[in-house]
Design a protein around this ligand. Sequence first.
Ligand SMILES: C[S@@+](CC[C@H](N)C(=O)[O-])C[C@H]1O[C@@H](n2cnc3c(N)ncnc32)[C@H](O)[C@@H]1O
Length: 202
Amino acid sequence: MSTPLHWNTAYEAGDTTRGWYQAEASMSVRLLQALNVPSEASLVDVGAGASVLVDDLTALGFTDITCVDHSPVGLAIARGRLGAAAGHVTWIEADLLTWSPPRQYDVWHDRAVLHFLLDQADVERYRTTLLAGTHPGSIAIMGVFGPEGPQMCAGLPVRRYSDEAVTALLGEDFERLGSEIADHVRPDGDTQQYLWTTARRR
Ligand SMILES: C[S@@+](CC[C@H](N)C(=O)[O-])C[C@H]1O[C@@H](n2cnc3c(N)ncnc32)[C@H](O)[C@@H]1O
Protein backbone atom coordinates (compact mmCIF):
# COMPACT_ATOMS: atom_id res chain seq x y z
CA MET A 1 0.00 0.00 0.00
CA SER A 2 1.01 3.60 -0.54
CA THR A 3 1.65 4.25 3.15
CA PRO A 4 4.11 6.76 4.62
CA LEU A 5 6.13 3.77 5.90
CA HIS A 6 6.41 2.35 2.39
CA TRP A 7 7.67 5.66 1.04
CA ASN A 8 9.97 6.31 4.00
CA THR A 9 11.69 3.00 3.28
CA ALA A 10 12.03 3.88 -0.40
CA TYR A 11 13.61 7.23 0.46
CA GLU A 12 15.98 5.71 3.01
CA ALA A 13 17.43 3.46 0.26
CA GLY A 14 19.09 6.41 -1.49
CA ASP A 15 18.52 8.72 -4.46
CA THR A 16 19.60 6.48 -7.30
CA THR A 17 17.55 3.50 -6.08
CA ARG A 18 14.36 5.41 -6.83
CA GLY A 19 12.93 5.09 -10.33
CA TRP A 20 11.35 8.54 -10.16
CA TYR A 21 14.59 10.25 -9.14
CA GLN A 22 15.72 13.06 -11.42
CA ALA A 23 18.69 15.35 -10.93
CA GLU A 24 16.78 18.30 -12.37
CA ALA A 25 13.06 18.96 -12.60
CA SER A 26 13.53 20.12 -16.20
CA MET A 27 10.07 19.32 -17.53
CA SER A 28 8.26 21.04 -14.67
CA VAL A 29 10.46 24.12 -14.97
CA ARG A 30 9.99 24.21 -18.74
CA LEU A 31 6.19 24.06 -18.38
CA LEU A 32 6.18 26.80 -15.74
CA GLN A 33 8.28 28.99 -17.99
CA ALA A 34 6.14 28.23 -21.05
CA LEU A 35 3.09 29.34 -19.06
CA ASN A 36 4.90 32.52 -17.96
CA VAL A 37 4.36 31.73 -14.28
CA PRO A 38 6.11 34.56 -12.39
CA SER A 39 8.52 33.84 -9.55
CA GLU A 40 6.13 35.61 -7.12
CA ALA A 41 3.50 32.92 -7.74
CA SER A 42 2.64 30.61 -4.86
CA LEU A 43 3.26 26.98 -5.79
CA VAL A 44 2.36 23.78 -3.99
CA ASP A 45 4.22 20.62 -4.95
CA VAL A 46 1.93 17.81 -3.82
CA GLY A 47 3.65 14.54 -3.01
CA ALA A 48 6.92 16.42 -3.30
CA GLY A 49 8.94 13.86 -1.38
CA ALA A 50 12.65 14.54 -1.95
CA SER A 51 12.04 16.16 -5.35
CA VAL A 52 14.58 18.69 -6.63
CA LEU A 53 11.81 20.91 -8.00
CA VAL A 54 12.05 23.04 -4.87
CA ASP A 55 15.82 23.47 -5.43
CA ASP A 56 15.31 24.48 -9.06
CA LEU A 57 12.52 26.93 -8.25
CA THR A 58 14.49 28.46 -5.38
CA ALA A 59 17.41 28.99 -7.79
CA LEU A 60 15.01 30.70 -10.20
CA GLY A 61 13.90 33.13 -7.48
CA PHE A 62 10.54 31.58 -6.48
CA THR A 63 9.83 32.65 -2.91
CA ASP A 64 6.49 31.03 -2.08
CA ILE A 65 6.91 27.27 -2.36
CA THR A 66 5.05 24.66 -0.32
CA CYS A 67 6.05 20.98 -0.34
CA VAL A 68 3.47 18.49 0.90
CA ASP A 69 4.05 14.79 1.45
CA HIS A 70 3.01 12.10 3.91
CA SER A 71 6.59 10.78 4.02
CA PRO A 72 8.65 12.73 6.57
CA VAL A 73 11.81 11.03 5.29
CA GLY A 74 11.28 12.29 1.75
CA LEU A 75 10.69 15.84 2.94
CA ALA A 76 13.70 15.67 5.30
CA ILE A 77 16.01 14.77 2.40
CA ALA A 78 14.87 17.83 0.43
CA ARG A 79 15.15 20.07 3.50
CA GLY A 80 18.64 18.83 4.29
CA ARG A 81 19.79 19.31 0.72
CA LEU A 82 18.51 22.90 0.60
CA GLY A 83 20.30 23.92 3.79
CA ALA A 84 19.56 27.51 4.86
CA ALA A 85 17.22 28.03 1.90
CA ALA A 86 14.90 25.39 3.39
CA GLY A 87 13.79 28.02 5.89
CA HIS A 88 12.06 29.91 3.07
CA VAL A 89 9.97 26.89 2.06
CA THR A 90 6.77 25.69 3.74
CA TRP A 91 7.01 21.96 4.54
CA ILE A 92 3.82 20.11 5.30
CA GLU A 93 3.64 16.48 6.35
CA ALA A 94 0.13 15.41 5.39
CA ASP A 95 -1.95 12.86 3.55
CA LEU A 96 -3.26 14.52 0.40
CA LEU A 97 -6.48 12.56 0.68
CA THR A 98 -7.42 14.19 3.99
CA TRP A 99 -5.35 17.40 3.90
CA SER A 100 -7.20 20.70 4.18
CA PRO A 101 -5.01 23.21 2.34
CA PRO A 102 -4.60 26.31 4.51
CA ARG A 103 -4.71 28.55 1.42
CA GLN A 104 -5.26 28.52 -2.31
CA TYR A 105 -2.12 28.33 -4.42
CA ASP A 106 -1.46 29.89 -7.82
CA VAL A 107 0.13 26.66 -9.04
CA TRP A 108 -0.67 23.05 -8.16
CA HIS A 109 2.16 20.73 -9.22
CA ASP A 110 1.94 16.93 -9.16
CA ARG A 111 4.65 14.69 -10.57
CA ALA A 112 4.14 10.98 -10.08
CA VAL A 113 1.57 11.04 -7.28
CA LEU A 114 -1.93 10.89 -8.75
CA HIS A 115 -1.20 7.71 -10.69
CA PHE A 116 -0.83 5.76 -7.42
CA LEU A 117 -4.50 6.34 -6.59
CA LEU A 118 -6.43 3.34 -7.84
CA ASP A 119 -9.73 3.66 -5.96
CA GLN A 120 -12.23 6.07 -7.42
CA ALA A 121 -13.04 7.26 -3.91
CA ASP A 122 -9.38 8.24 -3.42
CA VAL A 123 -9.32 10.05 -6.76
CA GLU A 124 -12.40 11.98 -5.63
CA ARG A 125 -10.66 12.84 -2.35
CA TYR A 126 -7.64 14.05 -4.32
CA ARG A 127 -9.94 16.21 -6.46
CA THR A 128 -11.53 17.68 -3.34
CA THR A 129 -8.07 18.69 -2.09
CA LEU A 130 -7.13 20.04 -5.52
CA LEU A 131 -10.23 22.24 -5.59
CA ALA A 132 -9.70 23.40 -2.00
CA GLY A 133 -6.07 24.30 -2.74
CA THR A 134 -6.63 26.29 -5.93
CA HIS A 135 -8.58 29.38 -7.02
CA PRO A 136 -9.99 30.51 -10.36
CA GLY A 137 -6.95 31.24 -12.50
CA SER A 138 -4.68 28.72 -10.73
CA ILE A 139 -2.53 26.56 -12.97
CA ALA A 140 -2.41 22.78 -12.53
CA ILE A 141 0.63 20.88 -13.79
CA MET A 142 0.02 17.15 -13.70
CA GLY A 143 2.74 14.63 -14.55
CA VAL A 144 1.36 11.09 -14.55
CA PHE A 145 2.24 7.84 -16.30
CA GLY A 146 1.06 7.92 -19.90
CA PRO A 147 -0.78 5.25 -21.94
CA GLU A 148 2.49 3.34 -22.42
CA GLY A 149 3.86 4.03 -18.97
CA PRO A 150 4.74 1.32 -16.46
CA GLN A 151 2.12 -0.66 -14.58
CA MET A 152 4.15 -0.76 -11.38
CA CYS A 153 6.35 1.82 -9.70
CA ALA A 154 8.08 1.81 -6.33
CA GLY A 155 6.71 -1.72 -5.85
CA LEU A 156 3.14 -0.47 -6.17
CA PRO A 157 0.54 -0.83 -8.93
CA VAL A 158 -0.19 2.39 -10.79
CA ARG A 159 -2.77 3.69 -13.22
CA ARG A 160 -1.77 4.74 -16.72
CA TYR A 161 -3.49 7.89 -17.90
CA SER A 162 -4.63 9.00 -21.33
CA ASP A 163 -5.00 12.66 -22.14
CA GLU A 164 -8.79 12.22 -22.04
CA ALA A 165 -8.65 10.59 -18.61
CA VAL A 166 -6.65 13.46 -17.07
CA THR A 167 -8.94 16.01 -18.68
CA ALA A 168 -11.99 14.13 -17.39
CA LEU A 169 -10.51 13.99 -13.89
CA LEU A 170 -9.89 17.73 -13.86
CA GLY A 171 -13.43 18.14 -15.14
CA GLU A 172 -15.37 21.29 -15.87
CA ASP A 173 -13.51 23.10 -13.11
CA PHE A 174 -10.41 23.32 -15.29
CA GLU A 175 -9.70 24.48 -18.82
CA ARG A 176 -7.14 22.21 -20.44
CA LEU A 177 -4.18 24.18 -21.78
CA GLY A 178 -2.10 21.41 -23.29
CA SER A 179 -0.45 18.07 -22.86
CA GLU A 180 2.80 16.43 -23.77
CA ILE A 181 4.24 12.94 -23.67
CA ALA A 182 7.81 12.73 -22.35
CA ASP A 183 10.07 9.87 -21.37
CA HIS A 184 11.73 9.92 -17.97
CA VAL A 185 15.07 8.13 -17.85
CA ARG A 186 15.38 6.31 -14.54
CA PRO A 187 18.72 6.11 -12.73
CA ASP A 188 19.04 2.48 -13.93
CA GLY A 189 18.68 3.59 -17.57
CA ASP A 190 15.14 2.34 -18.17
CA THR A 191 12.61 4.82 -19.46
CA GLN A 192 9.09 5.54 -18.28
CA GLN A 193 6.47 7.34 -20.31
CA TYR A 194 4.90 10.33 -18.60
CA LEU A 195 1.94 12.40 -19.73
CA TRP A 196 2.16 16.04 -18.71
CA THR A 197 -1.06 18.02 -18.71
CA THR A 198 -1.46 21.70 -17.94
CA ALA A 199 -4.77 23.31 -17.11
CA ARG A 200 -6.17 26.54 -15.70
CA ARG A 201 -8.90 26.62 -13.05
CA ARG A 202 -12.05 28.33 -14.31
C1 LIG B 1 6.93 8.56 -6.96
S1 LIG B 1 7.12 9.67 -5.67
C2 LIG B 1 7.24 11.25 -6.51
C3 LIG B 1 7.91 12.29 -5.64
C4 LIG B 1 8.09 13.65 -6.31
N1 LIG B 1 6.85 14.21 -6.76
C5 LIG B 1 9.08 13.57 -7.43
O1 LIG B 1 8.74 13.85 -8.57
O2 LIG B 1 10.25 13.23 -7.14
C6 LIG B 1 5.47 9.74 -4.99
C7 LIG B 1 5.38 10.62 -3.75
O3 LIG B 1 4.03 10.78 -3.39
C8 LIG B 1 3.93 10.68 -1.99
N2 LIG B 1 2.56 10.28 -1.68
C9 LIG B 1 1.92 9.17 -2.13
N3 LIG B 1 0.67 9.14 -1.66
C10 LIG B 1 0.51 10.24 -0.89
C11 LIG B 1 -0.56 10.76 -0.12
N4 LIG B 1 -1.74 10.14 -0.05
N5 LIG B 1 -0.36 11.91 0.55
C12 LIG B 1 0.82 12.56 0.49
N6 LIG B 1 1.87 12.12 -0.21
C13 LIG B 1 1.72 10.97 -0.90
C14 LIG B 1 4.99 9.68 -1.59
O4 LIG B 1 5.36 9.77 -0.25
C15 LIG B 1 6.12 10.05 -2.56
O5 LIG B 1 6.95 11.03 -2.00
